[in-house]
Each structure stands twice: as structure tokens, then as C-alpha cells.
Design a protein around this ligand. Structure first.
Ligand SMILES: *[C@@H]1O[C@H](CO)[C@@H](O)[C@H](O)[C@H]1NC(C)=O
Ligand SMILES: *[C@@H]1O[C@H](CO)[C@@H](O)[C@H](O)[C@H]1NC(C)=O
Length: 425
């Protein structure tokens, strides 16, 4: 018998100085702009920010980012590296994290393994001034993964130096990141923390996992097929069950493909399906976040975020593969997150956005009942959610995510804060 520990009240919910979303009669993008105030001052900040960006520049060279240069962080780099906006003394450290951590060190198995960008990033952080609060955007990367990579890199160094078995491996990059004032995160790691019985880290501010603007899915206002749609890879245990367990009802069709079979390889087809479907399943992947959340909102579909407690693919994180490669994180069995607790950690919750108003939230144990639940929504309720989805769309584009980062930093600076703070801390 599973013991259920109900995490009712989500820790760290409302970032105090952030304005809350206006009524939907207001244009969201204009509203974002109207709340962004740049700091004017003639002191050492500009020179320091310039120096830090110059240190970042070599990481964007083609040898590092040529592969898969499609993420939001590229747009941020292009927008900010020449004219960095100023909010208080917040200083941007803009790096292509996914390339540094995953594509060079993580996915590329030996002999191509290359930890040099990871070490160069650690060297960059060791040069940062303790007098300025720093800001990072961890686009498709997270601190836990960086720690794992750093340990692996340290172990490899120890093996090369013929000193195996050395237990204390230096992790300078993870250590430095834990001290960064504001970390915009894209993998919803706070959900993983809650599932493991820990509190979210207040320095982490969630952003949706997004591709850069050139990959944006256009919205559609055409009549939608009354169906649940899913295509995706098998990056979580939950995804393996969807094709079997999501069954059509009398009034709601399903087009739920088996994971791993025909997904985003044909991106235009995939995008067209998002544009045609009423509901799009956005189940967690290897990490709690998924690109599908933003893609569905961009297309104008109701995104159903499905969460499952921390279930990781052993091999990909360096552990042993058991039972299809997935293993549960400690304490995940005992933890059951309520919808409210999940919603509180989703992107833009701290602006007052509730996912239940945009699409829907479900957990892995609710999968079988999900079609009936969605089919039972009143037509007026569905229309309201479609309108809300269309209204919040700017926040789920690269441009809107950039404005949100600026809004957060502007609000913190206006409040005289050097790091995020919440109403319960
Ligand atoms: C920024 O740092 C400078 C020192 O470089 C300091 O004099 C100034 O007061 C700080 N400004 C803000 C807005 O925190
Ligand atoms: C999206 O819309 C824009 C302008 O409306 C158009 O130029 C572009 O080709 C569209 N993209 C896709 C993938 O359909």
C-alpha cells in the first residue's frame, strides 16, 4: 500500500515584488513592457557587464554550438550581448549551457567526450566579482546535471592521473552556480525537489523550455478537432503508458501515438497537429519540463501538463539501467503532489497564472480517468481556456520569455533586492 503524503501548500509561491497579471482586456506584451524599468547610473556596472559578456563570447563559437543551436538562449544572447539591459546591478552571465553540459560532456560518450567547455565555464565563474549579483538562464540544463557531469569529469581526470578512488572530486561550477543570485531555470527542478520532500530553491525562477523564435509554432484559430493529441519520445516511464491508457470516450477522440514512434522528426506535421487539436498532452520527459507545454500554447491548443514523481532513466544519469531504464528517486513513492502544488511551480505561476485556467494538470495516476475528465468540461469552460491560452501566448514565445526575465530583474531592482524573495520566506 502506497503511503500518500499530501503536499498541500506549495512552498515559496509568490515572488513579492512581481506585478500580477492584468485582466485579459489588456495586451499582455504591452503590459510586460510597461513594467520594465531600466536603471540609469554612471558607475562601474557597464564596464563590468561588458567584461563578463566578453568572457562569455568564446562559448558561442561554432565548435561549441554548431549542433542543435535552436534554443531560447541563442535569442537572448543575440538580444542582450551588444546592449545588455540594466536592472540594478544584476549582471548577465550568458552561456549556451545545454551545449556545455549535455552535447559535449553528457550525450557524447567516449571517445568524443569533451569536458573542456565545462572546465572553461568553471574558470569563467571563478573570475566573477563578489560585488555584483549575477543572473544565469539555464536553457535545457540544470544544476543537478551539471553536478553529475562535473563529478564524472573529475573522476575522468583522476583516472588519467592514475589516482582512482579519490572520493572528493572538485565541483567548482556547481558550487559557483549555487551562489548565483538569480537562476532562470527551464526544467522545473522545483517539482523534482518537492517530490523528494525538499523545498524549492528561491533563487530558481522557472521559465518554459523554449526553442528560439525561428522555430515558433504559429497559432491557429481554425476549428479544432475534439481530440487529445500526443507524439513524443520515450523519455519518461509515464510516456510509455500513454498510447495504451488514454482511451477515447463517446465524445472525445484520441490520437495518442506510441512514444518513440513518429514524433518531432517531421516537425511541420507535428506542429500542424498541435494547431488542429483541442487538447495536447504535455507529459514530463527526462526532467519534469517538456517543450510540448510551450509548443501547445503557441499553437493555441489546451496543454495538459502531466506530472509523474521523479523517475529518471538510470543510464542517462550515469547509473544502472533497471526495468526499462527508469528508476525512482528516493522518497518519490511517498510523495503525491496536488494539482495546486504542481501549478505553483509551473512557469509564470508567480505572475498569478494558474495552469488549470490555460489547459489542465494531471498526475500519472490520473491518466486513465483523464479523457472522461476532459470530455466533461462544459463548452463555455473550454472556450474560456482557449481564450486564456491565446492571451498568454506571448509569454510562451522567445520574445515574451525575454521580457519576463527583464520584468523579474526590473521588479527586484526596483524593490532594492539582490535576489528573488517570496511571500512566505
Ligand atoms: C551598483 O554597484 C556600484 C558599485 O559598482 C554601487 O556604487 C551602486 O550603488 C550599485 N547600484 C545599485 C543600483 O545597486
Ligand atoms: C507562421 O506565420 C508567418 C506569418 O504569419 C509565416 O511567415 C510563417 O511561414 C508561418 N510559419 C509556419 C511554420 O507556418
Amino acid at each position: 500500500m502506497k503511503g500518500l503524503w499530501l503536499v498541500g501548500i506549495a512552498a515559496a509561491t509568490r515572488m513579492v515584488p512581481l506585478p500580477q497579471l492584468p485582466p485579459q482586456t489588456e495586451d499582455l506584451e504591452q503590459w510586460l513592457h510597461s513594467h520594465i524599468h531600466h536603471t540609469q547610473a554612471n558607475d562601474g556596472w557597464a564596464a563590468y557587464q561588458r567584461r563578463v559578456l566578453d568572457w562569455c563570447a568564446p562559448f558561442w563559437r561554432p565548435e561549441i554550438v554548431s549542433d542543435y543551436d535552436v534554443l531560447l538562449d541563442r535569442d537572448l544572447w543575440e538580444a542582450w550581448s551588444h546592449h545588455p539591459p540594466r536592472f540594478g546591478n544584476f549582471t548577465f552571465v550568458l552561456l549556451p549551457w545545454h551545449h556545455i553540459v549535455e552535447l559535449h560532456g553528457f550525450r557524447r560518450h567516449a571517445p568524443g567526450l569533451n569536458y573542456a567547455p565545462l572546465r572553461d565555464a568553471a574558470a569563467l565563474f571563478s573570475k566573477l566579482s563578489p560585488h555584483y549579483p549575477h543572473v544565469v538562464v539555464l536553457s535545457q540544463a540544470d544544476r543537478r546535471q551539471i553536478l553529475v557531469m562535473e563529478r564524472r569529469a573529475g573522476g575522468a581526470t583522476a583516472r588519467e592521473a592514475h589516482t582512482p578512488g579519490s572520493l572528493s572530486v572538485a565541483t567548482p561550477l556547481s558550487d559557483a552556480l549555487s551562489k548565483v543570485a538569480v537562476r532562470f531555470t527551464t526544467r522545473l527542478e522545483s517539482l523534482a525537489r518537492l517530490s523528494a520532500g525538499k523545498r524549492p530553491d528561491p533563487h530558481d525562477v522557472p521559465l518554459p523550455l523554449l526553442f528560439r523564435a525561428s522555430r515558433e509554432v504559429n497559432a491557429s484559430s481554425q476549428e479544432r478537432i475534439h481530440r487529445i493529441f500526443f507524439r513524443g519520445s520515450c523519455t519518461s516511464k509515464l510516456r510509455n503508458r500513454l498510447a495504451r491508457d488514454v482511451v477515447a470516450t463517446a465524445t472525445l477522440a484520441v490520437d495518442v501515438g506510441r512514444c518513440g514512434q513518429g514524433g518531432k522528426s517531421k516537425y511541420p506535421d507535428y506542429a500542424e497537429n498541435l494547431r488542429k487539436s483541442l487538447f495536447v498532452l504535455a507529459p514530463r520527459g527526462s526532467y519534469p519540463a517538456t517543450f510540448m507545454l510551450g509548443e501547445a500554447v503557441q499553437a493555441g491548443a489546451l496543454a495538459v501538463y502531466v506530472y509523474e514523481a521523479h523517475m529518471i532513466r538510470g543510464k542517462r544519469l550515469g547509473g544502472k539501467r533497471v526495468k526499462g531504464g527508469f528508476r525512482r528517486a528516493p522518497a518519490a513513492d511517498e510523495t503525491h503532489l496536488t494539482h495546486a502544488a504542481i501549478e505553483a511551480q509551473l512557469p509564470y505561476a508567480n505572475l498569478g497564472l494558474r495552469w488549470g485556467d490555460v489547459g489542465a494538470v494531471a498526475t500519472d495516476d490520473e491518466i486513465e480517468a483523464l479523457p472522461a475528465r476532459l470530455a466533461a468540461l462544459a463548452a463555455a469552460d473550454v472556450r474560456r481556456r482557449l481564450r486564456t491560452t491565446a492571451w498568454v501566448r506571448p509569454l510562451f514565445t522567445a520574445n515574451g520569455a525575454r521580457l519576463y526575465v527583464e520584468l523579474v530583474l526590473s521588479s527586484l531592482a526596483t524593490a532594492g533586492a539582490r535576489k528573488p524573495f517570496y511571500d512566505d520566506s
